[in-house]
Ligand binder design. Structure first.
Ligand SMILES: *Cc1c(COP(=O)(O)O)cnc(C)c1O
Length: 355
């Protein structure tokens, strides 16, 4: 007899993994290198004491949505919260994708966009970016007219390239897309421009954000979307009831009181990013501009995998993108603390002179 087979379309798909190895310097998953402030943890512990754990949480997460709406100068009806922005993306695919519908992605980009689309039975049309990772806007418009996707995913700053989509690009995609345009701004606070400025009740645009990076709360699993109330209502129809637990709602709300500290962390990481990019420019590596907390680079005349292994041998873990389509020999390093960045640069210096 044996156990039953899964859905046939799952058999070819690998889950999304970012291998974690025990190392001293972990610069592979774009997390904040700093924990949230101690005063936040104290306030959270205090708040947790007052939660009525025998009751279901606020199903609408209204307090949290109100606070996020204040943060962005929108209305709570325009905010949808979920367990990480990945659950936001999944909810978008459940509500607007599905069998017989299409998603367009511009590769290379965040692997979860196409992965989640596949899992929800949505067909994925992948468009390659130009060699410099920008979009050919004429080409984009014709692809969108031809593919008629119900969802278009943009990512700004784009993971793994670090580059932002400028207002012209987002505007062009919005004009040409027949469905919903989603701009994933997981790294939004690191960049100078945000598509949040284009959100409106009649605009088919949704911007996703997360607590995982700039808010230093990857362990909490909280993300959200800002968009038209009609989109928010659609997403509420596909999520499970009470999907956001009471502790998470409280934590998300409290974290916003520590916005100055968040902005200070972001400022420090931006200065460190500039320093690391400048240091890389003096080495035999190609470096792409970044407006995020990570940097994409490619060793010249060396295999990316060799350099990745050399860094790992020195207890520095970066992301190996060398086999990803369009990213031959590329590696991605997360900006860490000044000490971690020094360790990375020293190890890299070593590896590049080693035979
Ligand atoms: C890290 C990252 C996220 C975060 O997802 P969460 O589920 O919120 O942790 C989302 N989008 C991109 C592009 C990312 O790099």
């Amino acid at each position: 007899m044996g156990l039953p087979p899964t859905r046939p379309d799952l058999q070819l798909r690998e889950g999304y993994h970012s291998p974690q190895v025990a190392v001293e310097v972990r610069l592979n998953t774009n997390e904040s290198p700093f924990p949230p402030p101690p005063a936040f943890l104290d306030a959270l512990v205090e708040e947790v004491r007052s939660i009525e754990f025998h009751r279901y949480p606020d199903r609408a997460a209204w307090g949290l949505r109100k606070a996020l709406a204040d943060l962005h100068g929108v209305r709570p009806e325009q905010v949808f919260c979920a367990n990480g922005s990945n659950e936001v993306l999944q909810s978008i695919c459940l509500a607007y994708g599905g069998a017989g519908r299409r998603v367009v992605t511009f590769e290379p980009t965040y692997a979860l966009h196409s992965h989640i689309a596949h899992l929800t039975g949505t067909e994925v049309v992948s468009v390659q970016r130009r060699a410099d990772f920008t979009l050919d806007l004429d080409g984009v418009s014709s692809v969108l007219v031809e593919a008629q996707p119900s969802i278009v995913f943009l990512c700004s700053p784009n993971n793994p390239t670090g580059m932002i989509e400028d207002p012209t690009t987002v505007g062009t995609v919005l004009d040409a897309a027949p469905g919903l345009v989603v701009v994933d701004e997981a790294y939004g606070q690191f960049a100078d421009w945000s598509a949040l400025s284009l959100v409106g009740d009649e605009v088919p645009l949704a911007v996703t954000r997360t607590y995982s990076k700039t808010w230093a709360m990857a362990g909490m699993r909280l993300g959200y979307l800002v968009g038209p109330p009609q989109v928010v209502e659609a997403l509420e129809r596909v999520v499970l009831p009470y999907h956001l637990d009471a502790v998470k709602q409280a934590a998300g709300l409290l974290a916003l009181r520590f916005r100055d500290e968040m902005e200070e962390r972001v400022g420090l990481l931006v200065r460190e990013r500039r320093r690391v990019i400048a240091a890389l420019a003096d080495r035999p590596v190609q470096v792409w501009p970044s407006e995020a907390n990570f940097i994409l680079w490619r060793p010249e005349g060396r295999s990316g995998l060799d350099v990745w292994q050399g860094l790992l041998d020195r207890s520095v873990l970066v992301r190996d993108c060398s086999t990803w389509p369009g990213l031959r020999d590329c590696l991605r390093v997360t900006v860490g603390t000044p000490e971690e960045n020094d360790r990375f640069l020293a190890a890299l210096g070593d590896v590049l002179v080693a035979p």
